[in-house]
Design a protein around this ligand. Structure first.
Ligand code: MTE
Ligand code: HPA
Ligand code: MOS
Length: 763
């Protein structure tokens, strides 16, 4: 079978040899201009005047643009929303785009942008979650998930605990920065090459800015050098600015952000603050949870509502919570507008119960693993707080595999023995069970289209609405089409995503890329295949059932003699017989529905499960720490491509590890981000990956729902497995106090924070 095979990424060789073409590698037509943004240096204020006269007079400058030059709407956030492409009357954060300078070379554009003079009357600013909460400054009204009677259940619970902690945001650090290249055509038509996860939104935003119909703008995306959620909405402004400049100058315009500007201007993962109270019985069974999750939304709405909803629908994680209230606040600050980032609020949501269960275990003097298992959802019986049944529950299986494969019982004994004789270095073991909901939590986004052509030489061209950002979506969808026609994958050419080929698409996000586009492509290919069968059956006067596609050929079984021809030969015959060999395909996810106001429904087609164990070592004199080993099991259903999925799991885990340990965003007291490059913002390197790194797909776990070839999504869920590293760090720190006291450990658990936690424990 072509599906379920470990085939390499279709661009693997090009990636590793530097031959894959990213937008900045494309040949530039003569006359190409380069653009640079002018950014606000003030976090909040009234924009009195923009003086671009010096910039306009600088060498090589061809044009400058402000809000006043926008022929359509100065809006990049969709109808009814309020995110201007260029600030006009107010600025809302340091890094907000105010103007664009376009010049003959990139250096000229960037030098000229520095000459812009902005007259801003500084206003009051909010730079942190506490202040926003105190002033009730929100980008949307608070939302609540409620089940049962948490107040009464809390009151009558034999034990109660409360705690507070926080987690920071995260920079996407895609290797290819935000970029767009806009090429004007005839009659105002425009083609924009954009590094975006959401070509259709980019199309809409460009048209909205230019004041033209959507059919005038075509967005093309061959590949992204990483997106991780950072190019789901944030690519639109970049493309919109390039489109404006190209339309106004009539010349090709490229806008590429240098790393520092990219980090200052674009949104990140939402940092969160948590407060909660948990009620439980003497066994450690949770009876009630009352939690507040306050997210730093930044200055505008962006996708914060969806992120809050996903955080609230993941507070339960793997655990049955009979009575629960979880309130999500979307705090408005004068900082970058935070956005999608792998996990989309899910990683932030699950931290609450992991903190609570560790504290419950300490309180009762019980094993933190046993307490987790005790609270697991029961398969097919329990419902989540938002009313979705937890079906096909693989928690116990995943956990059993990690416990056994990771030899956890033995290693914990070893670690305890080590800690007894090691006063300075302490080791810790952390575990984490995972349940992650798959589907966009906005039901209408769960749709996809594809377009397949079969040519008369038997070669196949494949297009669909999903974008390739390194995750291996293209090879997976190629595998699906190869499986339908029973041809070799070399026969199939995946092509750049384009709004002109498949329109009205959803972003490639929420891990749904292969679920949605896989089915859409299957539908398109199968439509053509059925036409070929119908034609062959008539042409060869044979029953449709007797026509078999296999190994790149088509066999027509006839009494006495079988006829065999190549796939291409049948394609040619079909053409002669005037049969269409081109088809669209469409898919919409069944069963999902969601009432966003009541926060109830079935937002997810299915859940994906997993489990992780991580071992860390902490130097109690410096707070420095390392991950020594990780054992992961991830449910990918019947994986479409196990080697791609293993890569996704490893990458996601290390990215999650970075979020929870070393990646620290730091703003100064004026709200200026000071961690704007790899020297100050530390992403994990190859040597931070666990030296012992055992990653397994859960076997024999085909999805019970009708997913494409019974596979499951993989893009985001394994990022959450890195929670085990955070748990392990607390476990190691608590060894300083012989595991009698629970510690607060805010994330990212940098050496400073680890050291501070140790100091608190010692005092
Ligand atoms: N893998 C790579 N190499 N690069 C990326 O940008 N993005 C992640 C994940 N894996 C990403 C990645 C995110 S945030 C999502 S939602 C999914 O891929 C999107 O792709 P999929 O739905 O096809 O899995
Ligand atoms: N994930 C990513 N993007 C989204 C989602 C989601 O769940 N919902 C709406 N946009
Ligand atoms: Mo992924 S955060 O849904 O792009």
């Amino acid at each position: 079978m072509t599906v379920h095979a470990s085939l390499r990424h279709d661009s693997a060789l090009k990636h590793v040899t530097g031959q894959a073409i990213y937008i900045d590698d494309m040949p530039e037509p003569p006359g190409t201009l380069h653009a640079a943004l002018v950014l606000s240096p003030i976090a909040s204020g009234r924009l009195r005047r923009i003086d671009l006269s010096k910039a306009a007079a600088a060498p090589g400058v061809v044009a400058t643009f402000t809000a006043a030059d926008i022929p359509g709407h100065n809006n990049i956030a969709g109808p009814g929303k309020d995110e201007p492409l260029f600030a006009h009357d107010r600025v809302e954060f340091i890094g907000q785009a105010v103007a664009l300078v376009v010049a003959g070379t990139l250096d000229q554009a960037r030098a000229a942008a520095e000459l812009a003079q902005l007259d801003i009357e500084p206003g009051e600013e909010i730079l942190d979650i506490e202040t926003a909460l105190a002033r009730k400054a929100y980008v949307q009204a608070p939302s609540t998930i409620l089940r049962g009677d948490p107040d009464a259940a809390m009151k009558s619970a034999p034990h109660r605990l409360s705690a507070a902690f926080s987690v920071g945001g995260q920079e996407h650090f895609y290797l290819e920065g935000q970029i767009a290249f806009a090429l004007p055509g005839e009659d105002g038509d425009l083609v924009v090459h954009s590094s975006t996860q959401h070509p259709t939104e980019v199309q809409h935003v460009c048209a909205e800015i230019l004041g033209c119909a959507f059919n005038r703008v075509t967005i093309v995306v061959r590949r992204l050098g990483g997106g991780f959620g950072g190019k789901e909405s944030n690519a639109s402004a970049i493309a919109g600015a390039a489109a404006l400049a190209a339309a106004r100058t009539g010349r090709p315009v490229k806008l590429r952000l240098p790393r520092e500007i990219d980090m200052i201007a674009t949104g990140k993962r939402h940092g969160f603050q948590y407060r909660y109270e948990v009620g439980f019985d003497g066994e450690g069974r949770v009876l009630a949870l009352d939690a507040v999750l306050a997210a730093d939304a930044g200055w505008s709405l962006d996708m914060t509502p969806g992120v809050i909803a996903r955080a609230l629908t993941h507070v339960d994680n793997a655990y049955w919570l009979p009575h629960v209230r979880a309130v999500g606040y979307a705090c408005r600050t004068n900082l970058q507008s935070n956005t999608a980032f792998r996990g989309f609020g899910g990683p932030q949501g699950v931290l609450v119960m992991e903190d609570a269960l560790d504290r419950i275990a300490r309180h009762l003097g019980r094993d933190p693993w046993d307490i987790r298992v005790l609270n697991f959802y029961r398969d097919g019986q329990d419902e989540t707080p938002y009313g979705q049944k937890v079906d096909e529950n693989h928690l116990a299986r995943c956990w059993a595999e990690v416990k056994q494969g990771g030899a956890l019982e033995r290693r914990r004994a070893e670690i305890d023995a080590f800690n007894r004789t090691s006063p300075i270095l302490k080791r810790g073991l952390g575990v984490f069970p995972l349940k992650f909901g798959i589907s966009f939590n906005l039901p209408h986004l769960n749709q996809a289209g594809a377009l397949v052509h079969v040519y008369t030489d038997g070669s196949i061209r494949l297009n669909h609405g999903g974008t390739e950002m390194g995750q291996g979506l293209f090879i997976k969808v190629v595998q699906v089409v190869a499986e339908v026609f029973k041809v070799d994958i070399d026969r199939i050419r995946p092509s750049a995503t384009s709004t002109a080929e498949v329109p009205n698409t959803s972003p490639t996000a929420a891990s749904t890329g292969s679920d949605l586009n896989g089915w859409a492509a299957w539908e398109a290919a199968n439509t053509i295949k059925q036409r070929m069968i119908a034609f062959a059956s008539e042409h060869f006067a044979s029953a449709a059932d007797d026509i078999e596609f296999a190994d790149g050929t088509v066999r027509i079984a006839k009494p006495g003699s079988n006829q065999v021809m190549s796939f291409g030969e049948l394609a040619r015959l079909c053409y002669q017989g005037r049969v269409s060999l081109s088809s669209t395909g469409f898919y919409k996810t069944p069963k999902v529905h969601w009432d966003g106001a009541a926060m109830r429904g079935r937002p997810f087609f299915y859940f994906s499960f997993g489990a992780a164990a991580a071992e860390v070592a902490v130097d109690t004199l410096t707070g420095e720490n390392r991950v020594l080993r990780a054992d992961l099991v991830q449910d990918c259903g019947a994986s479409l491509n196990p080697s791609i999925d293993l890569g996704q799991i490893e990458g996601a885990f290390v990215q999650g590890q970075g979020w929870l340990t070393c990646e620290e965003l730091w703003w100064d007291k004026h709200g200026r981000l000071r961690t704007v490059g790899p020297s100050t913002y530390k992403i994990p390197g190859s040597r931070d990956a666990p030296p012992i790194f055992n990653v397994k797909l859960l076997d024999n776990a085909p999805s019970r729902e009708a997913t494409i070839f019974r596979s499951k999504a993989v893009g985001e869920p394994p990022l959450l497995l890195a929670t085990a590293v955070w748990t392990a760090l607390r476990n190691a720190i608590e060894a300083v106090g012989d595991h009698k006291t629970a510690v607060r450990l805010d994330a990212p658990a940098t050496p400073e924070r680890v050291l501070a936690a140790i100091a608190r424990l010692r005092n």
